[in-house]
Design a protein around this ligand. Structure first.
Ligand SMILES: C[S@@+](CC[C@H](N)C(=O)[O-])C[C@H]1O[C@@H](n2cnc3c(N)ncnc32)[C@H](O)[C@@H]1O
Length: 206
């Protein structure tokens, strides 16, 4: 449990889930994520075992994609309605080595061995900008040494307001560089409607 982070979030994600206001949902994992596991250069950077985490997992596509027999993956989401849907849609999750938990990224119990892999997509941009330093500190606490954080950076533009709040590569570098080494970064070829607005990066915990 972390005590030093600001906790209060003003955006009502539960209301969005209750109203079905989930326009961010593309119905599948981003092709930019799945491509990392097909490319020999990037695949070898990602641990094949241990614990994985997807904060703000939404409909959970990435949790299902990342879980393997050697890697247990937890999808975390704040919204009770979201997690109830996930539990209903995935009655056999345990057999497939994943689970879903309704919890706050900034305040959930960290497993003793910590995470060997975390995936952040449309999560940083969902948070009010004042939470960004806490977001970075939290990843530095929950990822094990030599563990990997994959960030699919979106939306890279300079619009005002949000969510999604605008991001850029330098923002991620500024937030993560104290605790992570950047191993890989590339313009992402993800969902068609987001082309030109995404980069994908692999960071190793120091
Ligand atoms: C924009 S949605 C993205 C969902 C998913 N990553 C996707 O790409 O479809 C952001 C999600 O983060 C969840 N969320 C926001 N703040 C959170 C927090 N502090 N802890 C856990 N989940 C949070 C919201 O409930 C919402 O489902």
């Amino acid at each position: 449990m972390s005590t030093e982070h600001p906790q209060k979030q003003e955006i009502d994600w539960e209301e969005k889930w209750q109203q079905g206001n989930t326009l961010w949902d593309h119905g599948e994992s981003s092709p930019a994520l799945t491509a990392l596991f097909k490319n020999e250069e990037t695949k070898k950077l990602i641990p094949e075992s241990g614990l994985g985490l997807v904060p703000g997992c939404g409909s959970g596509y990435d949790v299902v994609f990342l879980a393997t027999k050697d890697r247990h993956v937890t999808g975390l989401d704040f919204s009770q309605t979201c997690v109830k849907k996930l539990h209903e849609a995935h009655p056999n999750a345990a057999e497939k080595n994943y689970d879903f938990r309704c919890a706050d990224f900034f305040n959930f119990e960290i497993p003793v061995e910590k995470y060997s892999l975390a995936y952040d997509y449309t999560f940083l941009c969902a948070l009010e900008p004042y939470l960004r330093p806490a977001w970075a500190r939290r990843y530095s606490e929950i990822i094990a040494k030599d563990g990997i954080l994959i960030t699919l950076m979106f939306p890279i533009d300079d619009h005002e307001g949000g969510p999604p709040f605008a991001v850029n590569e330098q923002l991620y570098r500024d937030l993560l560089s104290d605790h992570f080494e950047l191993l890989y970064i590339k313009d992402a070829v993800g969902h068609a409607s987001r082309l030109g607005k995404e980069k994908i990066a692999i960071w190793k915990k120091l």
